[in-house]
Design a protein around this ligand. Structure first.
Ligand SMILES: *[C@@H]1O[C@H](CO)[C@@H](O)[C@H](O)[C@H]1NC(C)=O
Ligand SMILES: *[C@@H]1O[C@H](CO)[C@@H](O)[C@H](O)[C@H]1NC(C)=O
Ligand SMILES: *[C@@H]1O[C@H](CO)[C@@H](O)[C@H](O)[C@H]1NC(C)=O
Ligand SMILES: *[C@@H]1O[C@H](CO)[C@@H](O)[C@H](O)[C@H]1NC(C)=O
Ligand SMILES: *[C@@H]1O[C@H](CO)[C@@H](O)[C@H](O)[C@H]1NC(C)=O
Ligand SMILES: *[C@@H]1O[C@H](CO)[C@@H](O)[C@H](O)[C@H]1NC(C)=O
Length: 557
């Protein structure tokens, strides 16, 4: 049907320079909703194109009043019911296509918890506060507005408040690391019956007892060899979880201050690339708070945050932090990998630290970080927003390339008056430059994925080929690449389980009329890409298509 001409990964470079030079101050902000009802403290995009958001049941009244409690009894306008926290939602599901939220049921408090998606797209959420601190909850995404939180009958071994979690290469096993005054990690599910948690002295050593810890919500990244990178405060290790052994201690990141909660910098694993067989794993850590920021904030002084970013290759055996500087100091921000492999730094503040009313001077301008540019030229300042996103805000990438921005509440309750930064319930999308009209002719469109084997399962086995068909028009084109992105669970400035792979393209055929068929190779192993749903994107130069979901999985028996 189509006359296929073979090209080798490239159509030429005619427009690359033009795309690169026009990123500055570019991008748009959309106000999607004035009231999500619930603070978007934790957010996760599901493969059903819904976004789960929640904050804390302990906050009492939210702005989402229920007509009925989840147990069925009516919520009246009596003073008793107006004050009864069970008459308010603290979790919602946001439907991207209808731009609406609906309330979800929470029985215990998931405040400051962690989460990971399992291979079948179910969100495994772990920990929280008080009665919620040992809870395991599941959310099985649906497209019909019927699904809700399910509390597992199993519990965690230790209380996990401010812990991080990471999905592991072993089928559907998650590791949960740390928490307030908890210096251990544990598996969900356990690797053997009767197993408890494992001591991790590293969490003791990195704990600044008089500064709120500075090692909570440790940054976790699954390295390409299946080992777990753990960064806390200023230090980092590589943990072999099969042997429960620290196999590497990395150099300390240069500079003063601290990077983890309540200093709350952020971190990403830079995209893994087929060109080195996905072996090179490099992490990046940006921003955080100055030494003493928590104590100073308690006294009404808000210390300047950190401007520095460090990058370090954690695979191989040479490890050194390469330092760079953001245009401004920053903390309480989120770092997201955009479909074109660049890093978006969004939300946060310039002074202070995390915790109630501990930060000032909102960072209203996102930054774009281009990992491949020359040192000194990597940061671009993007279009600023008018809405401060301070403590307890979050951000998540959407399949169409926009970035959803929600939340912000540096108070124990919903507080709208007489405070420096009121509770923020407006929902925004940041629309990156690549979605502008002038790039439309460069945006690959009309994607379909062909799995080859037919049948019901749409999962693609590791190392298997699959085909992507898309339209690229006749306009000038750049180098075409293909990325797969694991959607994170985002909270407290860390996008847990965020991961991007630049996939191998084995052949690319283009017909005269603008249709392109690419034969791609799935990632080689679950070490590189734990099984689950990924967003597949065709990237033309730096201009990504709308993304489609694919599932990578172990070969079916
Ligand atoms: C939000 O509220 C403002 C002011 O009332 C209104 O102008 C605007 O249309 C609303 N936006 C949305 C998305 O509801
Ligand atoms: C539902 O919860 C409310 C508030 O906790 C309680 O007063 C009421 O008795 C419960 N109703 C049922 C049917 O369990
Ligand atoms: C996915 O797996 C989890 C854990 O095994 C299970 O509880 C859940 O029901 C599964 N979801 C679907 C959609 O099958
Ligand atoms: C990648 O792996 C393949 C097969 O495992 C091997 O043939 C090739 O040499 C490797 N390439 C690199 C760059 O390591
Ligand atoms: C906010 O931060 C900027 C940049 O660091 C600084 O110039 C300014 O003085 C700060 N504003 C306040 C009110 O502290
Ligand atoms: C791509 O999809 C859009 C919307 O579904 C459609 O209008 C358009 O004709 C399609 N383009 C091609 C080349 O088929």
């Amino acid at each position: 049907m189509i006359t296929i001409l073979l090209f080798l990964l490239s159509f030429g470079f005619s427009n690359g320079a033009n795309v690169r030079s026009s990123e500055g101050r570019i991008g748009q902000w959309q106000l999607l909703l004035n009231n999500t009802g619930v603070v978007g403290m934790h957010m996760a995009l599901t493969y059903k194109n819904t976004v789960i958001m929640f904050d804390q049941t302990g906050a009492g009244k939210s702005s989402y009043q229920l007509r009925r409690r989840f147990n069925g009894s009516r919520c009246t306008t009596s003073n008793h019911d107006l004050m009864d926290s069970t008459c308010y939602a603290h979790s919602v599901e946001y439907d991207i296509s209808t731009n609406k939220v609906r309330p979800l049921r929470l029985d215990t408090d998931p405040w400051c918890s962690s989460g990971s998606f399992l291979s079948n797209g179910t969100l495994l959420q772990t920990g929280g506060y008080e009665r919620g601190a040992k809870r395991i909850r599941l959310y099985r995404p649906c497209g019909n507005h019927q699904c809700d939180w399910i509390q597992s009958k199993k519990s965690l071994s230790d209380e996990r408040w401010y812990a991080s979690s990471q999905i592991l290469p072993e089928h559907d096993r998650v590791v949960v690391v740390g928490g307030r005054r908890v210096f251990t990690y544990e598996f969900v599910p356990k690797t053997s019956p009767g197993e408890k948690s494992f001591e991790l002295p590293f969490l003791h050593h990195t704990n600044d007892r008089n500064a709120g810890g500075n090692n909570l919500y440790p940054f976790l990244h699954l390295s390409s060899d299946g080992n777990l990178f753990v960064f806390a405060n200023r230090d980092s290790i590589l943990l072999n979880l099969r042997r429960n052994k620290v196999i590497k201690t990395f150099p300390r990141i240069p500079g003063q201050g601290s990077r983890n909660y309540p200093s709350s910098g952020s971190s990403v694993l830079l995209p893994l690339d087929h060109r080195d067989n996905f072996t090179k794993a490099e992490v990046m850590v940006c921003g955080g708070s100055s030494t003493g920021a928590l104590k100073a904030a308690g006294g009404g002084r808000f210390l300047q945050g950190l401007r520095s970013c460090g990058r370090m290759v954690i695979s191989g055996n040479k490890h050194k932090w390469d330092m760079d500087y953001m245009p401004q100091p920053r903390l309480l921000h989120d770092m997201l990998i955009l479909p074109n492999g660049k890093i978006l730094i969004i939300n946060g503040a310039k002074q202070g630290c995390a915790g109630y009313d501990n930060a000032r001077n909102a960072s209203l301008e996102p930054y774009l970080y281009s990992p491949k540019k020359k040192l000194g030229k990597r940061f671009t300042v993007l279009k600023s927003t008018k809405i401060a996103r301070m403590y307890h805000s979050s951000a998540t990438l959407l399949p169409d390339g926009r970035v959803l921005v929600a939340g912000g509440n540096p108070h124990g309750r919903y507080t709208f008056n007489n405070v420096a930064y009121p509770t923020e319930l407006r929902l925004q999308a940041f629309v990156p430059y690549y979605m502008e009209r002038r790039y439309h002719n460069l945006r690959p469109s009309n994607l379909t994925i062909e799995y080859g084997h037919g049948g019901e399962s749409h999962a693609i086995g590791y190392g298997n080929e699959f085909r992507v068909r898309f339209w690229l028009g006749k306009g000038p084109s750049n180098e075409v690449g293909f990325s797969a992105y694991a959607p994170p669970f985002t909270t407290h400035s860390f996008a847990m389980n965020q991961r991007m792979l630049k996939l191998r393209c084995k052949s690319l055929g283009r017909s005269g009329d603008g249709w392109v068929v690419a034969v791609l190779e799935a990632p080689p192993s679950p070490h590189v890409a734990p099984s689950g749903y990924y967003l597949l994107t065709v990237v033309n130069g730096a201009i990504p298509s709308v993304s489609l979901w694919v599932q990578f999985a172990h070969a079916l028996a």
